[in-house]
Design a protein around this ligand. Structure first.
Ligand code: EPU
Length: 351
């Protein structure tokens, strides 16, 4: 295990903000993860587990403890299938998520093609149940190999044990900070068809005679993400962000009725899709845009993306304090006008 000190964290995040880590370890295997954990606990240092840094805002003062970057590699398919005939892939938590999606599409295995172009690492996907364009990883995760910090044991959690829901699992809710994800096993459908239900995707393929295959679906998703500034394109100032900055709020029946009334009073109607209706979810981007924040709103250094109202972009030189100030301004206005509290989606570290 190589222990480093005073390592700047901004370059390890997609929004490129934040101060240094007092201690830093990059662990390429399970043994190194265990060693780093022992080091942190023996010194009573707060531990933060870093994946791809794509959903993270680090405070300007940095992190006073140990940052443990998980770099466990490997995409393995050893001819294993589950009882439904789905192919089982074991993937190291440190692998690039999009590299794994690309590999699955090349192998003509369906189930994660709509999750193309998402930055970050495999280990982060179960934590927040990554989802996009009509798919969520909870539909394909078979099990998760973890280090349990309660007793130092490595154990395998089945899908049910992870208690997945929208952007949530035990890893970021009830059992937060208990487990470190080491490896994830995904069950994918060999020769499966792509999942085309999301409005943007359907529109993209409208008028085609033949149904798109997995590779075309992957390309379409990446194309749509790029239009929204949600694909990392080197040199594009709009993609220096942490992805969606707010979760799409899930409302109670009453809150949903109240929202519709407030919208009607303004001559507006709240956007509706089947997936939104069944979960009583609303579009956070719509709330932001209808609270006086147009795309591109903000200052020289930090602003709402010019391509999508849900992303906060570091235009260069932004501090974590700048980001937090804009976040609070948005939350305040949305609450005032719509009576809804927007919750941030990225992890806020060291605040
Ligand atoms: N919607 C549907 N069906 C559709 C179209 C939209 O249910 O056919 C829903 C979406 O699920 C979302 C809302 O309508 O709840 C607004 O849709 P939009 O396309 O504007 O997406 P978004 O809210 O900006 C969400 C995710 C993105 C993901 C896109 C595409 C969150 C916080 N964000 O964004 O994820 O890529 O949908 O599916 O849930 C991220 O989490 O960082 C992220 C980029």
């Amino acid at each position: 295990m190589l222990l480093l000190e005073n390592i700047p964290l901004a370059p390890l995040t997609t929004i490129r903000i934040g101060g240094p880590a007092k201690y830093f370890v990059e662990a390429g295997n399970i043994g190194e993860v265990q060693e780093a954990v022992v080091f942190a606990s023996s010194r009573d240092l707060p531990l933060f587990v870093l994946g791809g840094g794509s959903n993270l805002v680090v405070a300007d003062a940095g992190w006073p403890g140990l940052v443990l970057k998980i770099a466990i590699p490997g995409i393995d398919w050893q001819g294993r299938h589950d009882e439904d005939g789905r192919v089982l892939f074991d993937v190291g938590a440190g692998e690039s998520w999009d590299k794994f999606v690309s590999r699955s599409v090349m192998d003509r295995c369906a189930g994660i093609e709509c999750l193309s172009g998402i930055p970050g690492s495999v280990g982060g996907t179960p934590v927040q149940n990554v989802g996009a364009y009509g798919q969520e990883v909870s539909e394909t995760i078979a099990s998760v190999l973890v280090l349990d910090l309660k007793d130092g044991q490595v154990r395998e959690l089945c899908r049910e044990a992870c208690e997945f829901s929208y952007r949530s699992s035990i890893f970021n809710s009830t059992e937060r900070e208990r487990f470190i994800v080491l490896r994830v096993t995904y069950a994918l459908a060999p020769e499966g068809k792509p999942h085309i239900t999301y409005a943007d995707l359907k529109r993209h393929f409208e008028g085609r005679e033949t149904p798109p295959d997995l590779a075309e679906t992957r390309e379409a998703v990446r194309y749509i993400r790029a239009l929204k500034g949600m694909l990392i394109v080197p040199g594009d100032a709009d993609c220096q962000s942490a992805g969606s900055f707010f979760k799409n709020p899930v409302l109670s029946e009453e809150q949903h009725e109240d929202l519709k009334k407030r919208a009607a009073a303004r001559g507006l109607s709240v956007p509706s899709y089947p997936a939104l209706e069944t979960r009583k979810k609303v579009s956070a981007a719509w709330l932001v845009e209808h609270s006086g924040f147009a795309k591109g709103f903000g200052s020289e250094r930090v602003r709402i993306s010019s391509k999508h109202a849900l992303a906060i972009v570091n235009r260069g030189g932004a501090t974590a304090a700048d980001v937090l100030a804009l976040k609070e301004q948005i939350q305040h206005r949305v609450q005032e006008i719509w009576g809804i509290r927007l919750e941030p989606e990225p992890v806020l570290l060291g605040f």
